[in-house]
Design a protein. Structure first.
Length: 497
């Protein structure tokens, strides 16, 4: 644990506040020990409270850097996604700080309102997204708009990045080149004008509003359409004042009191993926047990959960599992380039070593692949070495579960009642794989042990997963998902006054 005293909200000494901002926003977060992630939540809450208080058009020089860091995309730290304490107070403080800072820059931007609603034949839907690059995140968002009927919906896409891709060409062919508009994040106030000019009924933000101060965050701060919505790419409530609704799966089992938005429910998990573009089937890298110095008969547990999900508590839990299985090794490949190009890899190795030392096992019981895997075929070849796949918690997987499911690999997941914590469990339940979902750590361990101890049971589960995946599972049923999302959009549209 670490010690970072919280300045009093009545603090008027600019250097003290500036030093606090510098420590919070400009230095790596210590998250190596149990409790560190949760300890940062009140610290960020206080930082945002102070930012709100000190927001002004011309702040004193000692404080200016602190809130410039906030506006310039570096105030956010991904570690909070994996917090096990409530984050709504922190996100609400962040929203108030953003509102105060934006008002200091542009005091008239909040006065705009849509034209009076008169109804029309088609629902005008605008979608804010980063790009049409076929990343796992993009493939998870396309079902929310790419397959809507052009007879019922007029869809416009606002892209942060203009890179041309086959998916971009597909959008243009369906909805028209005039409905593809580039909105670079650095043109923030101009983007407000672009969004407002379209007279949209619905505005869907598929970029994570709480990751940085980006286009989605700006759209969540200000009214740009009659109804503004987010979906499961947001890990928690946005707490942003102009976000009216959150589209979620009913199987996530969320508590509406944890959200500032109204929840609009899709039956099932609320998650669907476009198939990934076809890649060469042959991997670039040859993975074998011998490469890792592993016994041909030892148990191998695999996880591709991202670095930011692997908090000290989870590594400690997995080390405890390994300590109870003398012949087991865990393979981790946590450095996904779609999340970041810069990871604190040495810090992560130390975190693993700490967990191993606590439970009396050798660090080699965790095999950590330090480089990202270049292609999906490489990911699957590595996974194929394993016996079972372990999902992370309290921040679960969604896109990271697609590869083990495609391989028929048994998955162990634990659902929590948050958007980011319940996705993996909801996906498994939706396709009838409830026995792979734990409600607590003891159940998680029990599922692992049964899968490892009973080869026949493990083979039965693998066969069931393969059957589910061959029968168009819910997570790939684009036609059925499109019916669900159209019903939600019509419901929201019907609520416009």
């Amino acid at each position: 644990m670490f010690d970072l005293p919280l300045p009093d909200l009545a603090e008027t000494d600019a250097p003290t506040v500036a030093n606090f901002f510098d420590r919070v926003f400009n230095h790596p977060l210590p998250v190596a020990e149990i409790g560190d992630v949760d300890q940062w939540i009140p610290i960020f809450t206080r930082a945002y409270q102070l930012l709100e208080k000190w927001a002004r058009p011309d702040p004193v020089a000692a404080v200016r850097q602190g809130w410039n860091e906030f506006l310039n995309l570096r105030a956010y730290k991904l570690a909070y996604f994996a917090a096990s304490v409530p984050v709504l107070p922190m996100l609400a403080a962040r929203a108030r700080a953003a509102a105060a800072l934006c008002a200091a820059y542009n005091p008239t931007a909040a006065s705009w309102r849509p034209a009076p609603f008169r109804g029309r034949g088609k629902i005008k839907l605008a979608v804010e997204l980063k790009s049409f690059v076929a990343s796992p995140e993009t493939l998870a968002t396309l079902p929310f708009f790419m397959h809507l009927s052009p007879k019922k919906f007029a869809v416009t896409a606002f892209l942060s990045m203009p890179e041309r891709t086959p998916l971009m060409d597909e959008f243009v062919a369906k909805y028209g080149a005039e409905n593809l508009i580039i909105s670079p994040p650095e043109e923030g106030w101009k983007n407000l004008d672009r969004w407002r000019a379209g007279d949209y009924d619905l505005f869907l933000m598929v970029t994570n509003t709480s990751s940085v101060v980006n286009n989605a965050c700006l759209a969540g701060m200000y009214r740009v359409a009659r109804k503004q919505l987010v979906m499961f790419c947001q890990p928690h409530t946005t707490a942003l004042p102009a976000v009216d609704g959150f589209i979620v799966g009913r199987d996530l089992r969320l508590d509406p009191n944890d959200f500032t938005e109204k929840l609009y429910y899709l039956d099932g998990s609320g998650i669907c993926f476009r198939p990934a573009p076809v890649e060469p089937p042959s991997p670039n890298i040859a993975f074998t047990r011998e490469n890792f110095g592993l016994s041909p008969t030892g148990e191998i547990l695999v996880s591709g959960a991202n670095y930011y999900k692997l908090r000290a508590e989870l590594l400690d839990f997995w080390a405890r599992l390994l300590a109870s299985r003398p012949n087991a090794t865990m393979l981790l490949f946590p450095f996904n380039p779609f999340w970041s190009m810069n990871y604190a890899k040495e810090d992560f190795v130390r975190r693993v070593a700490t967990a191993c030392a606590k439970h009396g096992i050798e660090p080699s019981r965790f095999q950590v692949l330090m480089q990202p895997l270049p292609r999906r075929a490489d990911v699957r070849q590595l996974m194929a070495l394993g016996d079972i796949y372990l999902d992370s918690f309290p921040y679960s997987g969604a896109t990271s579960l697609l590869d083990p499911l495609a391989l028929g690999m048994p998955i162990v997941a634990m659902g929590t009642r948050t958007v980011c914590g319940g996705q993996g469990a909801a996906m498994l339940r939706e396709d009838g794989l409830d026995e792979l979902v734990a409600n607590n750590e003891d159940e998680y361990l029990a599922i692992c042990r049964r899968l490892l101890d009973d080869r026949d049971y493990r083979a039965q589960i693998a066969a069931r997963i393969k059957q589910v995946m061959s029968d168009r599972p819910a997570i790939h049923d684009l036609e059925k998902f499109n019916e669900k999302i159209e019903r939600v959009y019509k419901k929201v549209y019907g609520e416009i006054k």
